[in-house]
Design a protein around this ligand. Structure first.
Ligand SMILES: Cc1cc2nc3c(=O)[nH]c(=O)nc-3n(C[C@H](O)[C@H](O)[C@H](O)COP(=O)(O)OP(=O)(O)OC[C@H]3O[C@@H](n4cnc5c(N)ncnc54)[C@H](O)[C@@H]3O)c2cc1C
Ligand code: FES
Length: 278
């Protein structure tokens, strides 16, 4: 099994096995390693992905941790590197370094209700946690997924959302900011769903991923429902270069997001998150 410990700065070449469009600017790449080598990762961790000749960027795993031979990343094309990555078709090469960073606190979630709050592309880094929760469903109490996106056409992983909803052992609520299309679901920001979700705050763990402003409001809404700051986890994003705590690019207050995160407990983040433009 591949281990990043040997040299975490040394990338290795992988190929795209499959590529699927998951939204207007969003593509999901399934990668295969040399000789189909497995890459064990935890839900919430990320890889540094290199588009040759262009650059390297951090991208979270979005596949199932139970299938370490199927490395999956869901990428929004926002700039040069992410756009180049989303253009890679089957057979094309790229390089990866990882897995890096901290994962979602899956063992801590055992025996508790779990609320997952996703905004936009934030559903992708949460999907490995959902796979894990569902694969050992009996270990957890009530599980609720609250997902908000801009419009119905930007909803990620539609078929999976429907399949999860049909299981009956996971509450799935989807909301859109606005719509002109026919739409049966909620309209409004995802944080508005939190007060209506059914969970016992005294035994709930919340996993939150999305734009920073959305995560801040989500954490406030969860706290208003009675969750302690220590029971809320956010996945943070910052510009990264090394990804392993050497260069300081991802500094956030006293934390290095690549080394101490990206998944961090809200009680470690709350004060710094309130400092404007940090
Ligand atoms: C731990 C971690 C996990 C991440 N996981 C994912 C993931 O699963 N999927 C994914 O698509 N991206 C993810 N990102 C974000 C991704 O790394 C950036 O989108 C990428 O670095 C942009 O690089 P670029 O060269 O394409 O664009 P840049 O030239 O760096 O940026 C182009 C423009 O896009 C803006 N931009 C940069 N990043 C973002 C962003 N995250 N959201 C919106 N606008 C942005 C910039 O401000 C700039 O205006 C993650 C980032 C971190 C730190
Ligand atoms: S990216 Fe270099 S210290 Fe985090």
């Amino acid at each position: 099994m591949y281990s990043p410990a040997a040299d975490p700065m040394c990338p290795r070449v992988v190929r795209v096995r499959r590529r699927r469009r998951d939204g207007p600017d969003v593509w999901t790449l399934e990668l295969e390693g040399h000789r189909d080598e497995p890459i064990a990762f935890e839900a919430g961790q990320f890889n540094m992905l290199t588009a040759f000749g262009i650059g390297e960027v951090p991208v979270s795993f979005s596949g199932d941790p139970a299938h370490p031979r199927r490395i999956v990343h869901t990428i929004r094309a926002v700039g040069p590197v992410s756009s180049a990555l989303t253009r890679l078709g089957p057979g094309a090469s790229l390089a990866i370094r990882g897995p890096l960073g901290t994962g979602w606190p899956m063992s801590e979630a055992s025996g508790r209700d779990v609320v997952l709050v996703a905004g936009g592309l934030g559903l992708a880094p949460l999907r490995p946690a959902i796979y894990r929760l569902l694969s050992e469903r009996a270990r957890y109490g009530r599980i609720t997924l609250l997902y908000g996106t801009r419009s119905p056409k930007e909803i990620l992983f539609r078929r999976e959302l429907d399949a999860w909803r049909k299981r009956g052992d996971l509450a799935v609520e989807v909301t859109v900011d606005h719509t002109v299309e026919p739409w049966q679901g909620h309209v409004g920001v995802v944080t508005g769903l939190i007060a209506h979700a059914r969970f016992d705050p005294s035994r709930t763990l919340a996993l939150v991923c999305g734009p920073e402003i959305m995560m801040r409001f989500a954490a406030d809404a969860l706290a208003a429902c009675g969750l302690a700051h220590g029971a809320i986890y956010l996945s943070m994003e910052r510009n990264m270069k090394c990804g392993i705590g050497l260069c300081g690019h991802c500094q956030f207050g006293g934390l290095l997001v690549c080394r101490d995160g990206p998944v961090l407990r809200y009680d470690r983040l709350a004060a710094t998150l309130r400092v404007r433009e940090l």
